[in-house]
Design a protein around this ligand. Structure first.
Ligand code: PEP
Ligand code: MN
Length: 264
């Protein structure tokens, strides 16, 4: 596998802000909630609106997503705001439905990246399409498994690729929800300097108070973008309530973050 400048060209071609900011709720809950968040994010640093429709949860009993009925809500948000839309896919069926609804960016979640058959199934159904696909790191700190997922997508002729660093599970107590283990991301950058790399401080920290600090660390390490969970009433969110920020908090964060110029 040879990751080339061509594999990051999609980012330049879209002429989005730098860093790339992907924001929106952990989960799509209702059409009203989607439209409210998206409208608040219009005309901000945010270029891509995210919302999970299918939510693989570690344990059963939690909210597992509204499913395909949420896809038209995302399309409506896109039409109203001009933001690109992104959602998580975990099966071939999810991919087919997302493609039917013009989802611009698909991401593969941490619980899916650990399963080579699942990643392969997604790669096969996307074979030679020009979709943008972002691959989250697996839950466990295994760089090979993460790169293996990338190879499956690359070998299927998917050219518009990116990786999302969302931290790694640990049994030990930590101030993070998922330890960042920055060295893994740095090793990935060194191995593939032309690969788009995005940080997800929401899932790393699990706490809204720490998101700014981790975002700054990622920008200092030259990450290309940030994915930040955003909700109008975070404490009432149906999933990941503690880590979501309001659109206003998000906007303030980008006033305070120090962004390196790309030429630095
Ligand atoms: C998410 O982005 O809401 C999500 C479930 O993330 P992860 O796959 O990183 O746990
Ligand atoms: Mn989440």
């Amino acid at each position: 596998m040879e990751i080339k400048k061509e594999n990051r060209k999609w980012l330049d071609d879209l002429q989005l802000n730098h860093p790339l900011v992907i924001a929106g709720p952990c989960s799509a809950e209702t059409e009203e909630q989607i439209m409210a968040v998206a409208n608040e994010l219009k005309n901000s640093d945010v270029s891509v609106f995210r919302a999970g429709i299918w939510k693989p949860r570690t344990r059963p009993g939690g909210f597992e997503g509204v499913g395909a009925i949420g896809l038209p809500w995302l399309q409506k948000a896109k039409a109203a705001t001009g933001l690109l839309i992104a959602t998580e896919v975990a099966t071939a069926e999810h991919v087919k439905l997302a493609l039917q609804h013009d989802v611009d960016i698909l991401w593969i979640g941490a619980r899916t990246t650990v399963n080579p058959f699942a990643v392969q199934e997604i790669a096969d159904v996307l074979q030679n399409t020009d979709k943008i696909v972002l691959l989250k790191n697996p839950v466990n700190p295994d760089l090979s498994l993460w790169i293996g997922g990338l190879e499956r997508l690359y070998n299927a002729g998917i050219k518009k690729l990116g990786m999302i660093h969302r931290g790694f599970s640990t049994y030990d107590k930590s101030k993070y929800r998922n330890n960042p283990e920055w060295q893994i991301a740095i090793d990935l950058q060194n191995k593939f300097p032309d690969l788009v790399l995005i940080c997800d401080p929401s899932h790393i920290t699990g706490k809204r108070d720490m998101i700014q600090e981790v975002s700054q660390q990622a920008l200092d390490l030259n990450f290309d973008g940030l994915m930040i969970e955003t909700h109008c009433t975070p404490d009432e969110a149906w999933s990941d309530a503690a880590q979501q920020v309001t659109p206003d908090t998000l906007k303030q964060m980008f006033v305070d973050l120090k962004v390196r110029k790309t030429s630095d």
